[in-house]
Design a protein around this ligand. Structure first.
Ligand SMILES: Cc1cc2nc3c(=O)[nH]c(=O)nc-3n(C[C@H](O)[C@H](O)[C@H](O)COP(=O)(O)OP(=O)(O)OC[C@H]3O[C@@H](n4cnc5c(N)ncnc54)[C@H](O)[C@@H]3O)c2cc1C
Length: 518
């Protein structure tokens, strides 16, 4: 199959990029693939909203820039922070023009405040902002006759000079597994965009959906593309402890903002011991404090007590949280909510320039799978959806320039080789992948999670090596399946994260190694 532009991933990044190209260029053929249905993305789970300066009487770009730089602990790229904040306003307007609804107040938008923000600047749709964005983008994308949507199609590997035998240092599309048929097809393309989201599934507890296995990162690594800042994983302090449908559901920070307090297994409020801002301390501090309390107790969670929040306010503000708690017979208005920190957001990723370009020509990375320099060592709340909007726009503009430039011939793309891999499945070995995945998650959670030690990182590396060897064995001897594909990526990303963590000698932002403490 041949397409002009291949977009891998259907979250806010991939869909925004595709709309931008599709709207202005009906002559170009775009293909979007997504691992599951178009809706199942990190985007759809976003609750809080998008940080955008909108109230210019009280707020300013300078204040938002300053807040972002403080959160990033001196590791942000200042130029990137500046243009992302300044371009956000226009990008938000486009999103609304495409049909996304945000809550309104009097004449303007209703703005909330989250940790680390000096002003109210979070635009939102109740507590289900991501779902509203995702659904409106899907409605919009379906109006373009020149955009093909392939659900249940999973990226296996990027096509590079290694496959074509050329020396262009370009990407020529991707090999993609059809999840249902379990067949691998070749999609060659002039431009390829990775918008595959995060990799929360590397850890036992995560707020990310099951498909967030770091596939874009794994494929980019195999294509020798640079990866940066992987150890900076933001853990959300309060995810619901029992999993619902395999996922850990997020209990938004806003609940603590409204008065929810944290209580340990002995029934004691503990956050004041750790920080004068108590439950409203920065996320990394709250997450570390909870992890510490859990380590000291014989219980795998602490409690969030919301009983002092006005009941009607809770019902009005947090309908999604209420609904999800009820799924497990919890009523937050009268019961304590068991919570645990969970891997939430990857500040690092595939290194890109201010236009989303990687070092491989024709390959872009946007959204959570990329490292742009915006977040540095810690992301300011609600800056990630903003980053996706701004970089999708910039990458789209740049792609259009590139596609009209000097590219290999049509025949070259037609002759890109098909996938060349094993064709047989030995069930016994394939069934081992689930166990290997669980082991990997345990290693990462216990040794590469919120607290690390230098010895733990060495152990993690050697334990991961065993999983790597078994995965390699399965990969080499069997026809590739979706599960093996995911495991292979998880192993690669875990390995890179461990190696980069070993090199970090200072505790900064969300990164914490006990042995780095002076
Ligand atoms: C619970 C939760 C709450 C959040 N709240 C906020 C918030 O309030 N504000 C904020 O700014 N950010 C928030 N975030 C972060 C934000 O939602 C994400 O960073 C952002 O949505 C990422 O968008 P994306 O388009 O880059 O990736 P995603 O939305 O994750 O989309 C990834 C896409 O890639 C596809 N994909 C993955 N692997 C493959 C593959 N191998 N082949 C084909 N397709 C693949 C997936 O199927 C999916 O379509 C939250 C995240 C979570 C999990």
């Amino acid at each position: 199959m041949i397409t002009d532009i291949l977009v891998i991933g259907s979250g806010i990044s991939g869909l925004t990029y595709a709309i931008k190209i599709g709207e202005q260029n009906p002559e170009l053929q775009l293909t979007i693939i997504s691992k599951n249905n178009l809706l199942e993305t990190n985007t759809r789970y976003a609750q809080g909203g998008i940080a955008v300066v909108s109230n210019f009487q009280k707020d300013s770009y300078d204040k938002h820039i300053e807040d972002t730089l403080i959160a990033g602990a001196g590791k942000c790229d200042k130029e990137v922070v500046k243009f992302v904040v300044e371009e956000g306003h226009e990008r938000l307007q486009e999103l609304m023009d495409w049909g996304t609804q945000f809550d309104k107040k009097e004449k303007g938008l209703h703005l909330t405040k989250e940790g680390g923000h000096s002003e109210n600047r979070i635009v939102h749709h109740k507590d289900s902002t991501g779902l509203e964005i995702q659904e409106s983008l899907i409605r919009k994308i379906k109006t373009f006759p020149n955009i093909s949507l392939l659900e249940n199609h999973t990226l296996v590997d990027l096509i590079t000079d290694h496959h074509t035998g050329s020396l262009n240092k370009r990407c020529y599309g991707a090999y993609v597994i059809q999840n249902l048929e379990q067949e691998i097809i070749r999609i060659s393309s002039k431009i390829t965009v990775l918008s595959t989201g995060g990799a929360g599934q590397l850890f036992s507890h995560t707020t990310n959906p099951l498909n967030a296995t770091g596939d874009g990162l794994g494929a980019a690594y195999r294509a020798k593309v640079l990866m940066k800042a992987l150890p900076f994983v933001q853990f959300h302090p309060t995810a619901l402890y029992p999993k619902i449908e395999g996922n850990t559901f997020l209990i938004s920070e806003a609940v603590r903002g409204e008065g929810g307090i944290l209580i340990n297994s002995k029934g004691e409020r503990f956050m004041l011991k750790y920080d004068p801002n108590a439950e409203l301390a920065p996320r990394d501090i709250v997450a570390r404090s909870i992890a510490n309390e859990i380590l000291k107790s014989d219980q795998e969670y602490v409690y969030l007590d919301c009983r002092n929040i006005n009941k009607q306010d809770f019902i009005n503000q947090f309908p999604t949280i209420l609904k999800n708690c009820k799924k497990i017979d919890l009523n937050p208005l009268i019961d304590l909510i068991p919570v645990i920190p969970a891997a939430h957001y990857f500040c690092g990723g595939i290194q890109v320039n201010p236009f989303g370009e990687t070092i491989l020509k024709g390959l872009y990375a946007i959204g959570e799978c990329s490292y742009t320099g915006l977040h540095g060592a810690n992301r300011l709340a609600s800056n990630s959806l903003l980053e996706s909007l701004v970089f999708s726009h910039r990458a789209a503009l740049n792609s259009l320039k590139e596609i009209n430039g000097n590219l290999p011939s049509k025949e070259f793309y037609e002759n890109v080789p098909e996938w060349n891999g094993a064709q047989y499945i030995y069930d016994e070995k394939i069934s081992a992948t689930e166990k290997l995945k669980k082991n990997l998650q345990k290693i990462m959670a216990s040794k590469v999670g919120i607290f690390k030690t230098s010895e733990g990182l060495i152990k993690a590396e050697s334990e991961l090596k065993e999983i790597f060897l078994k995965t390699k064995d399965i990969y080499n001897e069997n026809k590739l399946t979706l599960e093996v594909c995911e495991l292979r990526n998880m192993v690669s990303v875990a390995y890179l994260m461990i190696k980069q963590s070993q090199e970090l000698k200072e505790n900064i932002g969300v990164f914490y190694n006990h042995d780095n403490v002076a």
